[in-house]
Design a protein around this ligand. Sequence first.
Ligand code: RIB
Length: 309
Amino acid sequence: MGRSPRIAVVGSANVDLTTFVHRFPKPGETVFGKEFHLGFGGKGANQAVAARRCNADVLMVARVGDDLFGPATIEHLKAEGVDTAHVQAIPNTSSGVAPILVDETGQNSILVVKGANDLLMPADVDLVSGALFQADCIILQLEIPLETVYHTIELAQSHGIRCILNPAPGQPLDLTRIAGVDYLIPNESEAEAIGGMAVQSSKDAAACAVGLLDRGLQRVVITLGSQGALVAGTDGTRVVPPFPVEAIDTTGAGDAFIGSFATFLAEGRSEGDALERASLYAALSTTRIGTQTSFLDRAAFEKERERRQ
Ligand code: RIB
């Protein structure tokens, strides 16, 4: 399949402070945690690392703080083999952090403090546009300013570069400004926030996705956790079946899906093949603890896939 695919991620980098609990505390209640795990996260960095571990050449455009976490994040991304030439530390600013709770079913609850991520501006993207235009695909999420997301989509569209938007964390969006993305990939709650309707089943997901197509989106993939994913376009809707696994920590599974899907597509695989593979890559990440620590490298992934054929 020729050279390695080139993926550019314009997005967030956080440090994840994950506590494993028997159950989530109620408001006003104190409960004991079972275990604590400190790791690198942030939806952008997670997607960059997933793509890199799937063997893409990855460029990241991000901002971190000048606290302990900022330089550590840059070093970590470098060690992963991600190009960090455009990841900058901002003076007198905290890095993005995410206190996370994971319960015994593997479900998570995440609070994000954006910190330096909120200072990645449209002008910063313009300054690195030459590097972005070399990419086969640009990936975006919503932990940076919305205006930067909209601007990058417009830039990608004007240069014919495939663009994937993972609208996470969920929030209402100006659909006219994201209509240029090739793929919009929300999970159920993010689809609800954008589509304005409840999404609890694949039937709801189909209705929501069709509504988004009617409002100008080109292709929508709604990830449905243990129910698989739904893909919708002008050719209709289709459910991508799930891979049954024993989940222990679902944090970052959506990011594993996006980073691997972008890579598989950029390798020249068909959409169906890329979706099936990304779905397995994400499912496997839920069987291991942590966010980026749960992402397999390509050789281990292919071995697992072969075992399941
Ligand atoms: O998608 C998981 C990620 O969400 C975590 O790594 C956390 O940092 C938040 O960005």
